[in-house]
Write a protein that binds this ligand. Structure first.
Ligand code: GLN
Length: 282
């Protein structure tokens, strides 16, 4: 079949569910993944045809996209900080906002060769600890997650990306200290309130782990309270705590951090939402 015909079918079937540009980007990602074709191929060869064998995974992916299965689950991987991460239903798909958090942390470390001790709380796919470890070759990076299944995925990602990270399977809500001091503690904990579910798409609601996303409407800062407390005991003097936060709770989360930390800085993400927070221990 002509490749451009397949592209038209994608638009015909999916433009009602997704944005048009999103559908195009799915299509190009899929032809790259399954057929090994570059995204500009149709400009160079507008009448390129693909074989039955080549087109079949494309149509299978189309059916999955109709069911709101995330494209990252279909191809089994995604990119974060220019690194490859495998993902599945047991881990949150890395978000571009989280990349901004990692870039912020890296931008504030003067010497990337320093022997820093870093703890990430809530590993998920491992995108935060692994990308930090990649950029900070002499850092000792630790990461903690309650989910064994998430840790399995993250361990594989550490190995794909050739970094060494220490994994701790533990619920942050259950422990008060690790009896270790860190220079940096970072976390992107669950922060979406139940009441915000109405704003969310089915691809997130039906296919991403609730455990990694949701908190109760009554106590949405439960993880922030615990981690702030934990970090105040487990950070070195002048150690830094970084959070990804709920955009609607910037003020509340800032106030909470102010109880134990100083030099608080709240930052917006690329969409202009309050998304990142930092404090220094002293
Ligand atoms: N930013 C994510 C989302 O909106 C949520 C991440 C989190 O809960 N830590 O889907």
């Amino acid at each position: 079949m002509l490749l451009k015909e397949i592209k038209n079918i994608f638009h015909r079937e999916l433009d009602a569910i997704y944005q048009k540009e999103e559908v195009s980007s799915f299509f190009y990602l899929l032809i790259e993944h399954y057929v090994g074709l570059q995204r500009f191929i149709l400009v160079i060869e507008p009448n390129l045809t693909v074989t039955k064998k080549e087109e079949s995974p494309l149509f299978e992916a189309l059916s999955k996209l109709k069911l709101n299965i995330p494209i990252q689950h279909i191809i089994g991987k995604t990119e974060f900080m220019d690194l490859e991460f495998i993902v599945n239903k047991n881990v949150l798909i890395p978000r571009p906002e989280t990349e901004e958090l990692v870039r912020w942390i890296l931008s504030e470390i003067e010497d990337h060769q320093a022997e820093l001790k870093i703890l990430d709380i809530g590993t998920g796919s491992g995108c935060i600890p692994i990308s930090l470890a990649k950029h900070l070759p002499n850092a000792k990076v630790f990461t903690l997650d309650v989910s064994n299944k998430a840790i399995t995925v993250a361990k594989e990602n550490a190995s794909i990306n050739k970094v060494s990270v220490t994994f701790i399977q533990e619920s942050i809500l259950e422990i008060d200290t690790l009896n270790m001091e860190f220079d940096i503690v970072v976390s992107n904990p669950p922060y979406v309130r139940e009441l915000e579910k109405t704003e969310m798409n089915d691809n997130v609601l039906k296919h991403e782990p609730e455990l990694a996303l949701f908190v109760s409407d009554e106590n949405p800062l439960v993880f922030y309270k615990k981690i702030t407390d934990f970090a105040s005991h487990n950070l070195t003097e002048n150690g830094k705590l970084y959070f990804e936060i709920n955009q609607y709770l910037g003020k509340e989360t800032t106030l909470l951090l102010e109880e134990k930390f100083s030099a608080i800085e709240l930052r917006q993400d690329m969409f202009g939402n309050n998304r990142m927070l930092k404090g220094i221990k002293n």
